[in-house]
Design a protein around this ligand. Structure first.
Ligand SMILES: [Fe+2]
Length: 243
């Protein structure tokens, strides 16, 4: 079993705009396993009026995958997670105890609106931390404000978020701006995790292939280990120190 952990992936069919059917779920996970991932955390989108989160349903769907996973050449485990869209409903979820972590840890994956970082983003990080949870900011390099000024991601990290880059950003999957911002953040040592954010087998193939190679090129084998093994495996089991 590989020891990489992908803590951001839309591999489960029937939950969001990720994998469209069981065959795609299986193929995405097979590609992950082949690339050295021993653990993937299924993080379906959670967005009011679009996708609601049902952890029991997700656990059942993961359990039902057992035979598919057992038939893969390389073993891999799938853990439950979620990717929360940060909007005005987010605070309510927090108050009601409806924010579910990645795996068995305390880390919560959060995405922001693409066009503008909401002013409340900093405050939400503080509120989560008070409750003993640790917010991970999904792919900041893709947000317009960060693409233009990567320092904005550093500010959010200082406000309490850990930072997760998308592997695809490093190979231009989202354009030149996010690629530059992603490289800048890596070089400034402001990245805590990387994930595939793969929604399809095609994206999985590109992120686990070229994306991983590009990451290795920038941070080397040691950096790769820190991001994909040490930090990520600690996060799905328990907290990671900021810095
Ligand atoms: Fe995502």
């Amino acid at each position: 079993m590989g020891d990489f952990v992908d803590l951001h992936i839309h591999a489960m069919f029937g939950f969001d705009d990720g994998a469209a059917a069981l065959e795609e779920t299986r193929e995405i996970i097979r590609l992950a396993a082949q690339a050295g991932f021993g653990t993937v955390v299924a993080t379906p989108h959670v967005m009011v009026g679009v996708y609601e989160h049902d952890r029991a349903k997700l656990n059942d769907a993961i359990a039902a995958l057992g035979p598919e996973l057992a038939s893969l050449e390389t073993p891999v485990r799938v853990l439950p997670g979620a990717e929360y869209y940060l909007d005005e409903h987010f605070a309510g979820r927090l108050e009601r105890g409806e924010l579910y972590p990645l795996g068995a840890g305390k880390h919560v994956l959060v995405e922001l609106p693409m066009l503008r970082i909401p002013p409340l983003a900093r405050d939400f990080a503080f509120k989560l931390r008070i409750k003993g949870m640790i917010p991970i900011l999904a792919h900041p390099e893709r947000y317009g404000d960060v693409t233009r000024s990567p320092e904005r991601a550093v500010e959010l990290r200082e406000a309490g978020y850990l930072i997760q880059l998308n592997l695809g950003s490093l190979v231009g999957m989202y354009g030149r701006g996010p690629r530059k911002a992603a490289e800048w953040l890596l070089k400034k040592n402001q990245v805590d995790f990387v994930g595939s954010d793969a929604h399809t087998p095609k994206q999985a193939e590109q992120t686990y292939g070229e994306g991983l190679a590009a990451l290795r090129h920038v941070v080397g084998d040691e950096g790769l280990r820190r991001l994909l093994v040490d930090n990520a495996s600690a996060a799905v089991a328990g907290p990671v120190k900021n810095g």
